[in-house]
Design a binder for this molecule. Sequence first.
Ligand code: BJW
Ligand code: ZN
Length: 254
Amino acid sequence: MTAQPYTDELVDRLARANRVCVLTGAGISAESGIATFRDPDGLWAKFKPQELANVKAFLSNPELVQGWYQARRNVALEAQPNAGHMALVDLASIVSDFTLVTQNVDNLHTRAGSKNVLELHGNIARNYCIDCNQEVEDIAPIPDGETLRCTACNGLIRPDVVWFGEMLPDGIMDKALTKAKQADVVLSIGTSAVVYPAAYVPLVGREHGAYVAEINIEASDIASMINESVLGPSGKVLPQLVEAVRTRKRSGKQ
Ligand code: BJW
Ligand code: ZN
């Protein structure tokens, strides 16, 4: 039998917790076949973020950026939530106050059954016109060399995601940080934790006394500032961890 990758303390803390706040990143969707950003085979090994994920890039080459998001939207739509997403739905059902904050735009948490997900960086399924703000659903395939424009005002259509230098959706960070401050346990899952303000979620949780653990295939940038790094793929580790928490709760030894 292989040793569990997490401590008994983490299982105890989760079993006793009334409030749990979770931050997820691209790594939780890696096992659903969605590329991360900064891993060696991630999106940014092939594409330069400065050419794609900012508003200046979009305005100077809208076809390129629209095409890139179109391709990623299709991958996300065809992907299925994995055991890591499902384990968080399970964890939510055994914790009285559970908050899920995600940096992911792929919608997989909601499709897995998670409720009230705080999507810090938007959602790739939604699009809107940059001139009249009208939301655009059902993006049809964009013919080569053509730019997608608003049928109402001819403005450029962009994905409803947050690019570098842009503000996060109104009030969302306040909600996430309030939950992190109140939490008994904060989990940071599948994120390099280099992008702010998202990375404040585990750090602020720690500052306010939460037990903070990350689950990642390697230690992230914040590893030295938190209580525990659980090393392993989230699709494997999370179901084991949640099952251990269930067992601990049932045994009453919390
Ligand atoms: C696995 C795994 C498996 C793999 N199991 N794990 C404070 C300090 C410093 C800088 C700033 C700051 N405040 C703001 C900034 C600037 C900037 C920023 O953070 N820059 C730093 C990078 C230096 N932030 C912003 O600009 C933000 N806006 C803002 O702050 O507004 C206020 C403001 C406005 C104007 C002026 C000044 C302030 C906005 C940030 C928007 C980020 N947008 C993106 C693109 C979204 C759209 C899209 O999808 O295309 O969001 S960038 C990209 O990074 C994406 C992600 O959500 C985000 C985080 O990446 P994530 O999820 O962590 O992925 P990876 O690839 O980095 O990591 C994957 C991890 O998974 C790895 O650790 C693997 O090991 C692991 N893994 N397989 C478990 N199976
Ligand atoms: Zn318009």
